[in-house]
Design a protein around this ligand. Structure first.
Ligand SMILES: C[S@@+](CC[C@H](N)C(=O)[O-])C[C@H]1O[C@@H](n2cnc3c(N)ncnc32)[C@H](O)[C@@H]1O
Length: 265
């Protein structure tokens, strides 16, 4: 059965698309996006910094860490620099499984399935909170070789999994399935640099029916990267993770988003 697209209610993927200047959002998403921009006026620039981090992360993983396979959960709507485009732009044989629980992403998934002939991309509609289903899915198993290193990508999605949904178990289940030498890239909203604004952001998401929880650096590190070997420069603002340009960097209170990459020993 095809999942219903409910346009009356905001969805995280469409609100994020609105921030990034995409075109796949509806009035409810724009209203929530605008309410969020009132509490954190720099949210659009922050979303762009997060997206740029995602691109640099994939580039690092392919070019420096030798990764050829990706499990990207919380993919979002197709945008510039989707994981397979960056990865296959460097090594065409890279393989990617995309996962999102929003039916609108499924509706646009064709744009994620434009693999190079040497590689492979696949999309599954699934929920991060049910990691076993993602891991056991036939499509996942047909696309990725779990005997070889895989990069798990949870970029800007863990803050949609509050503590009440057991994020620790989710992360552990996913990482346990990956072989040694695999990598984990994640980013997460933090309240540390603008407690009032980000507090308002979380409350606005929750009031719109979207679960959300900001986490401080220590809690994010403990949730995502415990027992893994951090890649330099460690857990930093997404804008500070190996930035391309040396120019003026945004203030921490304008970004409010941490990112890191780690290796499974
Ligand atoms: C902010 S977007 C991030 C997109 C992309 N990873 C990036 O960083 O550019 C968050 C995405 O996570 C998805 N998402 C939120 N909760 C999810 C869940 N429980 N399972 C799967 N996807 C989820 C949303 O639908 C949305 O597409």
């Amino acid at each position: 059965m095809k999942p219903e697209i409910n346009t009356a209610k905001p969805h995280a993927a469409r609100v994020y698309d609105f921030y990034l200047g995409g075109k796949d959002h509806f009035a409810a998403d724009r209203e929530t996006g605008q309410a969020l921009m009132r509490v954190v006026p720099t949210i659009r620039a922050a979303a762009r910094e997060n997206r740029a981090f995602l691109g640099r992360a994939v580039r690092f993983l392919v070019a420096e860490a030798g990764i050829r396979q990706f499990l990207d959960i919380g993919t979002g709507l197709p945008s510039a620099n989707n994981v397979h485009e960056v990865a296959q732009g460097l090594v065409p044989s890279c393989r990617v499984v995309y996962v999102d629980n929003d039916p609108i992403v499924l509706a646009h998934a064709r744009a994620l399935l434009t693999s190079s002939p040497e590689g492979k991309t696949a999309y599954i509609q699934a929920d991060l909170r049910e990691p076993e289903k993602i891991l056991d899915d036939r499509v996942t198993r047909q696309t990725l070789d779990f005997a070889q290193p895989i990069a798990l990508m949870l970029v800007a999605v863990l803050h949609f999994v509050p503590d009440s949904d057991g994020p620790r178990r989710i992360v552990d289940t996913l990482l346990d399935a990956l072989p040694s030498g695999s990598y984990f890239a994640a980013s997460h909203v933090t309240p540390e640099h603008d407690p009032e604004g980000v507090g308002g952001l979380v409350r606005t998401y929750q009031a719109s029916g979207l679960p959300a929880q900001a986490r401080v650096a220590g809690d994010f590190a403990d949730l995502a990267f415990r027992g893994l070997d951090m890649v330099d420069p460690g857990l930093v603002l997404v804008s500070e993770w190996r930035p391309d340009a040396q120019g003026v960097r945004p203030q921490a209170s304008e970004v409010n988003w941490y990112g890191a990459i780690a290796r499974k020993p």
